[in-house]
Structures are given as structure tokens and as C-alpha cells.
Design a protein around this ligand. Structure first.
Ligand SMILES: [Zn+2]
Length: 474
């Protein structure tokens, strides 16, 4: 198993290196950065990786330096734990476990590179500035030692979660690479959409779901899988020795499910139908869902959702609907979740509310709202009672939120209340018209709050003023 994939990796490196020498920079026809990643899943805890990134300068100005965020480094034993203190026992049910990211080499037409352990940032200084619409190939090799955890990245008794595992180009915002320290609170990943082709060996008897369309081949009794996806926010792969895999098709979308529940595929189809009809057609031709032990309700990745396997009933359906809504708000339309988490989380919560309205479970949609109201007002009361009145400002750095409780109430509950208020004030038709324009205009890019305000105002004059009041204060 190991030698076979390693040989594929070695050939890939040689080919890539020749490619770099021959045509390090050239004009490209498709202006999207593309990752090729080869993974050798040698056992439950170690993955040997080779990665070639064709970075395309579609940023409008010459680029002298590249910055990759290495989220996996946040799990190193010399770093603060990547979880909050309150969730530590759920995050590490078998005790604290560390991971290790080991960078072996970086090749390309580069002057030098530097991996800053503290910030998790790999900086690569190019030999010559990368001009607009040119591309450059960067090759790197690294090994992952996985932590044992119920967090986003690592392994547990159900399998392996490879999310945020690879050096990921930072999002390019206002002329520079944007990154922040790894936040244990909220969603830490932030990137531009890119194309991916990821090849890995599937351990014998295991199942998997991944971002994108995958095909399998057999090589000397070993199963090799290649998964391809275009314009996804990030690539994710879930592998399991025990979970079963089922597949269905809806309106041209292949839906894969790794888990043992009977209604998941039906919920996924309903979500694609509801969101497709009210926001715009689903942006991808695949959707994957995996039930895994997970510290929170669920988590979204590019065309893939992880759902906490211990959930059941309507709560499970809500989380499935929530994570799939993120494919519109996070996946296709990106936003800076490191400083404006409300922008995708609030809209995703509102979308989930609409999912229940549109699928006939009005009782549950009402319950979602009444829960948001009661929890948020209780939160305000508690803050006032301890003399720390909550300002209720929606934006802010993840790392500045005082607690998960504070973050959840502002980012989810207050935001959902805000969206319902806008629906009541503008009318649902005008609001959905704004969201349809927002989706169509910013699909595969990163939208700012101003971009959202612009679409609101287009649908209904001065509508954004209503939202800004909520964003700025209580
Ligand atoms: Zn969410």
C-alpha cells in the first residue's frame, strides 16, 4: 500500500519539477488555482502527502509572495489546544491527543520559503513577481500525524476526518493574504474557491466520502481513488472502516452518504430542492454527507458536510439542512468568517428556518425562532446581571469573542432574529430577490457585508439600513 502510492507521489514530483523548470509561469485559460494532492493513508494515524498547487494570479495586481495557512499545525503539542476549555472533554474523549505537521520540502520557481510555527503560515517568496493571469506551480511534501479527537481534523473510533489538513492558500482580501491565529471558537478555515484533484489509497474494507466526483481503480489489489472538484471552498475527505455508504441522485447531483441513518438522503434532496428554488441552483454536481462523532452539531466543507452522529429526530434534520445551506453561504458565496461570521452563519440559520417552512414543518420553524428569541434574551439578561452588558455587535474577530456562549447567541440567534425581522419588514419576495442576486453575483468569490447591503438595497430601497442597525448594536 505505502510503496505503491509513494511511487505515484515520486513520479508526480519529478513530473511537476520538470514542469516548473520548463514553464514556471505562463498565461492560463482557466483563471482558478488548482490543487493536486496525493495522499498515502498508511495507517489510522499517519498520512504522507505530496501537493502541487498551480497558483493563478486572478487578484488584479502582481504577487511577490504566497502565503499558505497550515491549519493542521494548530494541533501540535507545543500550541494552545485548538478547542475551548468547555468542550475539551468532548473534543478529546480519550484524553488530549496531539497532531504533528511535518514539512519535508517545497519546490518551485521560488527564492525562499519560511514556515512560521507560531502563526501556522508558510510564506513563499517568488523568484519574480507573478503577473496578473499568470500561474506558478509550487510543489510540497509533508507528513501528517493525526490527533485522536472528535474535532474537525484527526481520527476517532469511526474513522479519519481529513479537513483543513493541507497547506491552503490564504484568501486574498483587499490586496493582501488574509489570515488570523487559529481560533478554537467558530470556524477557523477561510480561503478562496479553487479546483482540486486529490488521489488517495482506500484502506481495504473502508468506505469514504469526499468533496467532488470520485472514481476508483484497482492496482495490485489496492484501491486508488481520485476525487475532482471545481470551484469549491476547501477539500474534505472522510474515511471509515465501519460506516456504510449509500448514494442517490437528485436533479443531476450525486449525493453520497456515509452513515447508518435512513432519512439523511431524503433530507439532503429536500434541502437541495428548497434552497435551489429560493436562492438559485446548487453550484456543484456532487454533495457528500458523513455522520461522525463530532464536538458540535456539524460542519461544512466544499460540497461535503459532517454531521454529529449522536443527533436524532428533528435536531438531526435541522443540522443536515443547516450544513447543506452552507453550500450556498460559505461554499459558493464565501465571506470572511474570521471577522464576519454572522454573514454566512446568520443567513444559513435563516435558510434552515425556510427549509422547515417550505417542507411543511411550520411547527419546527416556529420553534427555531422562539428558541432564538428566548436564548438571546436570556443571554442579554445574564450579561446585564453580571454588569457586562452585551453590545450585540455582530461582527468581530473570532478570537475576540469572550466565550462560545456569547459567540453562539450573537452569531446564530441574533442573526436569525435579524433575518426574520427583515423578512417581516421587506416582505419575503423582496428579501429572496436580494438573496438570489447575492448568490448569482458572488458565487465562487468572497462577498463583503457591503456586497450584501448592495443586493438588499437593489431589491428594496434603503433595506440595508435596517440590517446595519442590527449589525452595529442590539
Ligand atoms: Zn453553520
Amino acid at each position: 500500500m505505502k510503496n505503491k502510492i509513494i511511487s505515484i507521489i515520486s513520479i508526480a514530483i519529478i513530473v511537476c519539477s520538470l514542469f516548473v523548470v520548463a514553464v514556471s509561469c505562463k498565461n492560463i485559460s482557466e483563471p482558478v488555482t488548482t490543487y493536486n494532492i496525493w495522499l498515502d493513508v498508511s495507517d489510522d494515524t499517519t498520512v504522507v502527502c505530496s501537493q502541487k498547487v498551480d497558483v493563478v494570479n486572478n487578484y488584479g495586481a502582481p504577487i511577490e509572495e504566497l502565503k499558505f495557512n497550515i491549519y493542521a499545525n494548530a494541533f501540535d503539542k507545543q500550541k494552545p489546544l485548538p478547542c475551548t476549555q468547555e468542550e475539551q472533554s468532548d473534543f478529546y474523549p480519550e484524553g488530549i491527543s496531539y497532531g504533528e505537521f511535518s514539512l519535508k520540502s517545497v519546490y518551485g520557481d521560488i527564492k525562499e520559503y519560511d514556515f512560521d510555527f507560531e502563526s501556522n503560515i508558510l510564506s513563499i517568496l517568488l523568484n519574480a513577481p507573478l503577473q496578473v493571469n499568470e500561474k506558478i506551480s509550487i510543489d510540497m511534501q509533508y507528513t501528517l500525524s493525526l490527533p485522536h479527537t472528535n474535532g474537525r481534523y484527526g481520527f476517532n473510533e469511526k474513522g479519519i476526518s481529513l479537513t483543513g489538513f493541507y497547506p491552503m492558500l490564504c484568501a486574498f482580501v483587499d490586496g493582501e493574504w488574509f489570515y488570523d491565529e487559529y481560533s478554537p471558537l467558530g470556524d477557523p478555515y477561510f480561503s478562496d474557491a479553487a479546483n482540486y484533484e486529490v488521489t488517495f489509497n482506500l484502506p481495504s474494507g473502508w468506505n469514504y466520502v469526499s468533496s467532488g466526483k470520485s472514481k476508483q481503480s484497482e492496482d495490485n489489489g489496492e484501491t486508488i481513488v481520485t476525487a475532482s472538484a471545481k470551484n469549491i471552498r476547501d477539500f474534505a475527505l472522510i474515511l471509515s472502516p465501519t460506516l456504510t455508504k449509500s448514494v442517490s441522485k437528485y436533479d443531476g447531483v450525486e449525493i453520497s452518504y456515509l452513515g447508518d441513518k435512513t432519512n439523511t438522503l431524503e433530507y439532503a434532496q429536500k434541502a437541495l430542492e428548497v434552497y435551489g428554488s429560493i436562492f438559485g441552483k446548487y453550484a456543484y454536481d456532487t454533495l457528500a454527507i458523513a455522520d461522525m462523532p463530532f464536538v458540535a452539531g456539524g460542519m461544512e466543507y466544499g460540497a461535503l458536510c459532517v454531521i454529529n452522529a449522536s443527533l436524532g429526530g428533528a435536531t438531526y434534520e435541522e443540522v443536515v439542512a443547516h450544513e447543506i445551506a452552507h453550500q450556498w453561504w460559505y461554499g459558493a458565496v464565501g465571506s470572511n468568517n474570521l471577522i464576519d461570521a454572522w454573514q454566512d452563519e446568520g443567513l444559513t440559520s435563516y435558510a434552515t428556518y425556510l427549509y422547515f417552512v417550505n417542507t411543511g414543518n411550520v411547527d419546527y420553524s416556529s420553534l427555531m425562532l422562539s428558541d432564538a428569541y428566548s436564548q438571546f434574551h436570556r443571554f442579554i439578561d445574564i450579561q446585564n446581571s453580571v454588569g457586562e452588558s452585551a453590545k450585540g455587535v455582530l461582527g468581530g474577530k473570532l478570537t475576540d469573542f469572550p466565550s462560545n456562549y456569547y459567540y453562539t447567541n450573537v452569531t446564530y440567534n441574533k442573526s436569525l432574529i435579524m433575518w426574520k425581522y427583515l423578512q417581516d419588514m421587506l416582505g419575503k419576495d423582496a428579501l429572496l430577490k436580494a438573496l438570489q442576486e447575492y448568490y448569482a453575483t458572488y458565487k465562487f468569490s468572497i462577498a463583503t457585508p457591503d456586497d450584501l447591503y448592495f443586493c438588499l438595497d437593489n431589491a428594496s430601497a434603503n433595506a440595508s439600513a435596517l440590517m446595519k442597525n442590527w449589525v452595529a448594536s442590539i
